[in-house]
Design a protein around this ligand. Sequence first.
Ligand SMILES: *[C@@H]1O[C@H](CO)[C@@H](O)[C@H](O)[C@H]1NC(C)=O
Length: 315
Amino acid sequence: MAHIRTWHLKVCLCVGTFLILLLVWGHVAQEGPKGALGLDLSPLFHGDLVRPPCRDRLVLLILVTSHPAHTEQRKVIRKTWAAQGAMATYPWQAVFLIGRTLDVELDWHIHKEHVANGDILMGNYLDTYRNLTLKVMHGLQWAAGTCQPRYILKTDDDCFVNTERLPAFLALSNQLREGLYVGSTFSREKRVVIRDPSSKWYVSKQSYEPDTYPPYASGIGYVLSLDVAKTVLAVAQATPPIPMEDAYVGILADRAGIKLLSSTRFAKHNLKWSICNYRYLMVIHRVSPAEQEVALGNVQLANTACTMNKEVTHW
Ligand SMILES: *[C@@H]1O[C@H](CO)[C@@H](O)[C@H](O)[C@H]1NC(C)=O
């Protein structure tokens, strides 16, 4: 009887040691090579570069990725959908994200543009398409660290943002005060990683091993709650960047277990829309400078012309 008990004890000890080893190994494997491959954002900040002031108690901060030479796009955006922030009931602010160029004259113009408008966040990275991820992560870091708005919208300078509705919608209708990551999503076939080195969207196996990206929101526009932005930035420190900023944010959110919400309020410009659609849409993609004013006019018209339609209060 006694020797059966010792035998039991030995098996128990053995299994126990094995389980502990497995646990330790799992932990070490998960940590990986100590974030060596992750994104280091500190070199993107440089004291000399211009940065805008943050308004108080922001409900929404809009980060607009902008090409340095897109002076016209920025000018029109300032006159149209970005014009009303200061007087809004639900405070919001729009900021343009621009990097360095190799053109001294253009850099000087951007500097002057900022002095006149105070709405440019310049980062210490070369402004190229393959550096778009640096641009967005730099913007997010500044937003989450300095401004701390309740929500952040990332969009582009060829988009129209429904600033008459989005801040109020976020403050009053949105139920997800935390854990919000919402935008226009892609089907699985459209999330296949492109391995053709000549493609604009090429990503190597070394940078990202799987063959498809996790679900992610299109870079035309996605909204993050402040906690999600902070989590995404933290995960980035241990995640090698890929040049597709929107897919990268999807990868980071996926790693953190943040669920992506799909919404048709973020859409490509469609001339067949009726006026009343402009009460529902929040971000419209492929809007030229000339079309920005028309889009704003449609939003304002929809405010008065569509009061018979019931307001949609969900994403
Ligand atoms: C991205 O920016 C960094 C820092 O300015 C620069 O060294 C690098 O060449 C840029 N990469 C690309 C692909 O443009």
